[in-house]
Design a binder for this molecule. Structure first.
Ligand code: FE
Length: 354
């Protein structure tokens, strides 16, 4: 297999090469026993957010355990864990997207763990029944629209994006993006393949331009009037809105947000989650960090630092999230998002959504 280089290997703010990972030899493997102060825990993460560094710093303050994070994308994490096998130094694997959690689980790369703390914090639907993954935050795929050009009532459903009203008015990112794959995978689960294909084909027929760019790029294109609507994760809008850069705040001012399908299936929801590596050398510390993600402090930090919704039902929402009001979320089981992703990729291809 191809060599997999980490994007970053952050330790106390210093970027190190992959060699640092190999340097964690057997002598260090006994450090960081259950609940003991000190030691470290290795995290392989597919989350690309600064928020996590601050949460790891908080964890160190509370427990004395240092978090060493190796960041990469979901596919690379899976390949790396497969290649390393029993020799891996990964203790906790953290990722966005239910599909990636499902693939990690299917590949046998995560082990079942549980604890009264975890069980009390995460509703049943938000963890694997065998404890191989635990979701700690939620993200919604919403519609952003150009204020002034669109009445939000016109976008009450994702189905509205298929109508002649939005001909040549939709911007989208590519179909290989995991957020889009999971969204279509959920639709396949709810409505079946034929209807999902018809939806994707009709939305593609309304594209203003070829799929390109990130979620943030879609918001910028809508704000600039290149198109009137796009599908994005909610937090990218909130980040622009809260940006220190006035130009970015001006972009957010140009667009509105709809949580669609409130009269139907509910807004598509995806998760961030984590699981303990099958070959974790510091399992107790990994469980401690996993439990830490569910503390009120961390559940608030995921909101404040990354604008994600907390999984804990009793977590208080910060004002920027509370402002969206109450809304319904899609109830498709998260493992279906992973199971149906290969089919979703085929459907996108058939639909001509690049
Ligand atoms: Fe993201």
């Amino acid at each position: 297999m191809a060599a997999l280089e980490p994007q970053t290997w952050s330790r106390r703010g210093v970027l190190l090469g992959a060699g640092a990972l190999a340097a964690c030899g057997p002598a260090q493997r006994t450090a960081g026993k259950a609940g003991a102060a000190g030691g470290h825990v290795n995290v392989y993460t597919a989350r690309h957010y600064d928020a996590d560094k601050q949460i790891y710093a908080l964890f160190k303050e509370r427990t004395g355990i240092e978090v060493r994070a190796l960041a990469s994308n979901g596919d690379q994490l899976i390949e790396r864990l497969r290649a390393e096998g029993e020799a891996t130094e990964a203790d906790l694997v953290v990722t966005v997207d239910a599909g990636v959690l499902w693939r990690l689980t299917e590949a046998g790369l995560l082990q079942g763990v549980t604890s009264p703390t975890l069980e009390a914090a995460a509703p049943a639907r938000f963890h694997d029944p065998q404890g191989r993954w635990w979701a700690f935050s939620k993200r919604y795929r919403v519609i952003v629209y150009k204020k002034g050009a669109v009445d939000p009532a016109e976008l009450a459903s994702m189905d509205a994006l298929t109508t002649p009203r939005f001909a040549r008015q939709i911007c989208a990112r590519t179909s290989s993006n995991t957020y889009n794959l999971s969204m279509l995978a959920a639709r396949i689960e709810r409505d079946g393949r034929a209807k999902a294909l018809a939806w994707a084909r009709a939305v593609r027929g309304n594209f203003a331009r070829d799929p390109q760019g990130s979620d943030t790029d879609q918001i910028k294109a809508v704000a600039a009037g290149e198109c009137q609507a796009a599908i994005v994760n909610h937090y990218y809008f909130l980040r622009l809105k809260a940006s220190g850069d006035a130009a970015e705040r001006a972009i957010a001012d140009e667009v509105g947000v709809v949580f669609p399908d409130q009269a139907g299936a509910g807004a598509h929801v995806n998760i961030s989650g984590a699981g303990v590596s099958t070959y974790a050398k510091r399992k107790a510390a990994a469980v401690q960090l996993l439990e830490f993600f569910f503390t009120p402090e961390a559940q608030r930090a995921f909101q404040e630092l990354n604008e994600e919704f907390p999984v804990r039902p009793d977590a208080e929402l910060i004002p920027t999230l509370a402002e969206f009001g109450r809304f319904r979320e899609e109830q498709v089981a998260f493992d279906a998002l992973g199971r149906n992703q290969p089919e979703a990729a085929k459907v996108f291809e058939e639909a001509g959504w690049k």
